[in-house]
Design a protein around this ligand. Structure first.
Ligand code: NAD
Length: 359
């Protein structure tokens, strides 16, 4: 197949981990006879340095023409200026809005060999295999804001259509997995949550009667996620609750470095990125974990290009490499390789070797 893929390495460790993701994409293309055209562009802090805009028009145009976008990470202390529109994060919010990607998918699967890297007791992690679907373009982060000397407010609003479309993404996923959807809200207090719950209930009864639906309040879900995370299959929730709960859930996997994400809209085009940031504390040292980015490449192939076999090959290569002892510094332990950690490049090499060797 032919595809145009925009590559936005970004800042800090972004370029280091994206380089390994690109090598995996190129290897998949050779192995399966695909023609992937990869085009890089400035985004985030590097774009601010180059043209004083975190999302230059040329970068946005490239993304809008592409079949999929692979992003590293953006931001860092250098770009913490006072003008919020000139900050790297403003570029990311704008890119998500322009692409219309309203559903953010974050799979959390804890590989048995990495259970000891999690702060949770290993026995709590047995069987954990869940996907968060976070609403990404509505809610309190996008509502009107007010501020005077004595008070401030942020408006949280959702429409029925916004709730329906993200619920459909989550329900389709649940249908293809274990058939269970948990919707998280705060309907005992918030009017937006009451609308959320009623809408999800109605839509699921009308279109997804075969998927089991449960509702949970965000406070008790935050607790249950730590107490018995294996209970969950697919979870759908609004923007701010999802922001908080997905960071909590990422700790189940042990390190921010191993988790991928996909942001999807109505079509197949999506934005794929590891869940971590630009990690300025380790940038330039070649020690970042590229697994979150490489697993994001797998999501890109699955969700934007429909290449399920290729996606599974990458995931299997990553898990075989971990089984055989691949550990970067963030997941190193004294029990494996005497605690010796692989560099970013070495980790990429090991995964590539597994990919080309096959099962
Ligand atoms: P971070 O995710 O960059 O780093 C948190 C900690 O995790 C650090 O100690 C870091 O070294 C470690 N870490 C992260 N990714 C790793 C990897 N792949 N391998 C090994 N260790 C890894 O979060 P932060 O420090 O809060 O933020 C740093 C910058 O990144 C900020 O400017 C923030 O705004 C930005 N950020 C960007 C995104 C994004 O691009 N989507 C997301 C989160 C944070």
């Amino acid at each position: 197949m032919k595809a145009l893929i925009a590559v936005l390495p970004g800042d800090g460790i972004g370029p280091e981990v994206v380089a390994e993701g690109v090598r995996v994409l190129e290897a998949v293309a050779v192995r399966h006879g695909h023609q992937f055209t990869l085009q890089s562009a400035d985004f985030g802090g590097v774009a601010i340095d180059a043209v004083a805009d975190p999302l230059p028009q040329a970068t946005l145009d490239l993304c809008l023409r592409s079949d999929a976008i692979l992003l590293g990470a953006i931001g860092g202390p250098k770009w913490g200026g006072s003008d919020p529109l000139r900050r790297p994060e403003a570029g990311l919010l704008r890119l998500r809005r322009e692409l219309g990607v309203y559903a953010n998918l974050r799979p959390v699967a804890v590989h048995p060999a990495l259970r000891s890297a999690s702060p949770l007791r290993p026995e709590l992690l047995v069987g954990v295999d869940l996907v968060f679907v976070r609403e990404l373009t509505g809610g309190i982060y996008f509502g009107a804001k007010t501020r005077d000397a004595f008070s401030a407010s942020d408006l949280c609003s959702y429409s029925v259509a916004e709730v329906e479309r993200v619920t459909r993404v989550a329900a389709r996923l649940a249908r293809a997995r274990r058939g269970k959807l948990t919707s998280i809200d705060k309907s005992n207090v918030l009017e937006t949550s009451r609308l959320w719950r009623e809408t999800v209930t109605r839509l699921m009864a009308a279109e997804f009667a075969d998927v089991t639906l449960e509702h949970a309040l965000v406070d008790s879900a935050a607790m249950h996620l730590i107490r018995k995370p294996s209970d969950y299959d697919v979870i759908v929730t609004e923007n701010m609750f999802g922001d908080i709960l997905t960071d909590e859930a990422s700790m189940l996997a042990g390190s921010l470095g191993v988790s991928p994400s996909a942001s999807l809209g109505d079509g197949t085009r999506g934005l794929f990125e590891p869940i971590h940031g630009s990690a300025p504390d380790i940038a330039g040292r070649g020690i970042a974990n590229p697994i979150g980015t490489i697993l994001s490449v797998a999501l890109l192939l699955r969700h934007s290009l429909g290449l399920e076999t290729e996606a599974q090959e990458i995931e299997a290569a990553v898990y075989r490499a971990i089984d055989k002892g691949l550990r970067t510094a963030d997941i190193a332990s004294a029990d494996v390789n005497g605690g010796r950690a692989a560099s970013t490049r070495e980790a990429g090499e090991v995964i590539l070797a597994e990919l080309t060797a096959g099962a």
